[in-house]
Design a protein around this ligand. Sequence first.
Ligand SMILES: *[C@@H]1O[C@H](CO)[C@@H](O)[C@H](O)[C@H]1NC(C)=O
Ligand SMILES: *[C@@H]1O[C@H](CO)[C@@H](O)[C@H](O)[C@H]1NC(C)=O
Ligand SMILES: *[C@@H]1O[C@H](CO)[C@@H](O)[C@H](O)[C@H]1NC(C)=O
Length: 414
Amino acid sequence: MLLLNKVHACLSAFALLLLTQEPVSTSEFTDCGDTDNFPTVDPPANIEITDPGFLGYISIHWTRPASLQNLTGCSVRYQLRYYDTYEERWRSVRTAKLTYTAQFDLEKPIKVRMLTVLKCACTNGTEVQGEETEWVYAPEPTGVAGSRIRDFHCVYYGKEYMECTWDSGPVIPPNSQHYLYYWHREMDETKECPEYIILSEGRRGCRFPQKSLLEFSKFNLCVNGSSPAGNLKTAYFSIEVQNHVKPEVVSSVHVSEIDGELKLDWSPPSGQVPEHCLEYEVESSTTMKNGKEKKENTVIQNLEDTSYGVPKETESQKTCFRIRSKVNMYCADEGFWSDWSQAECTAEDNEKTQYLSLVGLVVIGIAGVILLCLLIWILKQTCIKKMNKKDALYTLYKEKVNETMPNILSPIFK
Ligand SMILES: *[C@@H]1O[C@H](CO)[C@@H](O)[C@H](O)[C@H]1NC(C)=O
Ligand SMILES: *[C@@H]1O[C@H](CO)[C@@H](O)[C@H](O)[C@H]1NC(C)=O
Ligand SMILES: *[C@@H]1O[C@H](CO)[C@@H](O)[C@H](O)[C@H]1NC(C)=O
């Protein structure tokens, strides 16, 4: 892209030159021979595909074809088409340079097609294209069959750290060990994973701190491995880390009800995702008075808006909200939704009356208990008084009896 821009800029500069300094350029465009003698426009020569070891960032070099070596008065450019195995389509560039670098999937054959484009004075400024030729570069497949890892994916959590995880291939040679290597354009060479995620079955992921990542640039990865039975098949990946962001959970969600409107406020999730890069999805589920449930989802893309209002439905009994967030289209091509926040609900409409009656019941209950206690206490008091009277009578009586009664009868009165 950068290269294309540069080429474009060069071309515009060149055009400007033609416009402003016409005498010079016409004298330059004279030596083309007559049209019968026009050279055959051969494709570029000595095409070479070199792998500098950056996990798929491949350089293609070529030279000017011998037949056009001594040609003057013409501009020579090269059209390069290559098969983009990620997007499964041919991409096309034109350049006056003798080299081009692009990202390829090293697990697939590299297909390049090239031709030469001539623009000369004697062709009245129209382009003459040569024949196109194709080069295919297929690296020898190596490694134990079926040992390539599966389900590789990367999540950049809150733009704070990235985790890439994988499963082993269907074939796991005994005592095999996995390795992850990565590269981006600010690195001179590939590096091994800074911190492996190790499960009971071995290395199954890699954790990258933020400082090891580079956004808006190819981030190339490979997972290979070794075992006593031979190397494992290497898997190659190329991602752009800003497209793998998963924001943290939205916290501090607050629901309020003002003048028949339900209002929701929240704070942006913690983490390093800038506030203006977030969009939100609000899910509301309303329980109606007739017992029916109503669910609604709304995506909020207004930048830096962290509130949402909705008129309260008259027949609603209770509404609960959940929020999640994602990086918006202004900051990345794609991303992952965060997990849902905890649900926040409005107070239930008949909850208030229920609450009141509950309070009433409790008050009545307490009053009843107090009354009962009082009653028991009064009863007890009167009983004790009676007893006391009875006791007094008894002793008085006993005294009298003891004086007059014979001893044989005394046990009856004990
Ligand atoms: C180009 O010029 C060189 C020296 O001037 C000569 O040796 C060579 O044969 C020429 N090549 C062609 C294709 O005419
Ligand atoms: C080029 O242009 C000239 C006049 O401007 C015309 O006479 C000539 O036929 C053209 N040649 C070709 C190949 O188009
Ligand atoms: C894994 O890939 C890295 C980077 O290309 C390379 O240096 C290393 O030798 C490879 N290891 C195995 C076991 O294939």
